[in-house]
Design a protein. Structure first.
Length: 338
């Protein structure tokens, strides 16, 4: 009787999900409790950190997709964030009756209209940016860094030309103002809203990339472009679609970040670019799930250290990134076969 391989019959063993990075998030939350001392304060900071993390995830998810799937270092990502934020100020200003009225559904309709307009505008800008700025430097990382940074500077100047250089207020509609109280803990309504939007984006991205034909073709195009093109699919169009989608997500993130700050400036994208690159490097370049976990870690760390040691808060996330990369040099969830 001949012996057979454990994997005979063509069966491929399912890969086991690695939960350790998610456990790192839970460990950070648990360890912060005794350091803060007050349970209500800890709960308030934790919800605030999760909200900040999910806004960063939305903003960074497009950046990690563009690098992971297209191998493009886009340091001009901030211009799409700023574009989305400023478009939101115009839309909410034009719908001031709905945005500032007392009717909850009108408030939400105005916010979602601003989000949709921001995504469409940032996506269109991303399409032009890819054609004019990025396309000539595919495969040339140093030139990509220089030319995309130049593109962001030009974009900021165009924003100043259209909306002016001054700070513009972006107040929350009444339905998103205020807070809920859990005992002595204060949970701001807008932060819960941001958490909900972030989770919807996460589920949508994971579903598109893992469960649809488009996601399959994009991932296959990264691994073997010639094979996908030989089947009659145009990989170039798929990758342009990825760039546009990533830009649109940055525009959505710009709206949420502007509402989070309740004001916008032309440099809003450049201001958070450092955090975004920390998130995607720590999560694993090209990994959506890694971007999600990395963003949660950054958001929580920023809020905890901002309360415990404000002078350390500016450097805490860099220290966190160094610690994670010493543990996992390729990031929390590295993309295989890059």
């Amino acid at each position: 009787m001949s012996s057979t391989s454990p994997h005979a019959g063509g069966a491929v063993p399912a890969s086991r999900f690695d939960a350790r990075p998610l456990a790192l998030v839970a460990a950070l939350v648990v360890l912060a409790g005794p350091c803060i001392g007050s349970t209500p304060t800890w709960l308030t900071l934790t919800v605030a950190g999760l909200a900040m993390g999910l806004i960063l995830f939305i903003t960074a998810s497009g950046l990690t997709l563009v690098f992971g799937l297209m191998d493009v270092l886009n340091f001009g990502h901030g211009v799409f964030i700023a574009c989305g934020a400023f478009v939101a100020t115009s839309v909410l200003g034009g719908m001031a009756g709905w945005a500032s009225g007392a009717v909850a559904w009108q408030n939400l309709a105005a916010v979602f209209a601003a989000m949709l307009a921001a995504m469409l505008t940032a996506g269109a800008l991303g399409w032009a940016f890819e054609r004019v700025v990025v396309r000539p430097v595919y495969g040339q990382h140093l030139k990509q860094i220089l030319i995309t940074m130049g593109g962001m500077i030009i974009g900021e100047e165009l924003i100043k030309l259209l909306w002016g250089p001054a700070q513009i207020p972006l107040p929350l509609p009444p339905v998103l103002q205020g807070a809920w109280f859990l005992g002595e803990a204060v949970i701001e309504i807008y932060r819960l809203f941001a958490v909900g939007v972030g989770l919807v984006v996460l589920v949508g991205l994971l579903w598109v990339l893992g469960r649809t034909k488009v996601g399959l073709l994009v991932r296959a195009g990264v691994q073997d472009r010639e094979m996908v093109e030989s089947l009659g699919y145009r990989v170039r169009r798929l990758f342009i679609g990825v760039f546009v989608a990533g830009s649109a997500l940055a525009g959505l993130g710009g709206v949420l970040w502007g509402l989070y700050q309740q004001s916008v400036v032309p440099q809003i994208g450049a201001q958070i670019n450092t955090l975004l690159f920390i998130v995607i490097i720590m999560g694993g370049l090209g990994s959506t799930l890694g971007c999600f976990v990395g963003a949660l870690l950054v958001g929580l760390m920023a809020n905890y250290t901002g309360f415990l040691a404000p002078k350390v808060a500016l450097f805490s996330n860099i220290g966190l990134m160094v610690a994670v990369l010493l543990w996992r040099p390729q990031g929390l969830y590295p993309v295989a076969q890059r």
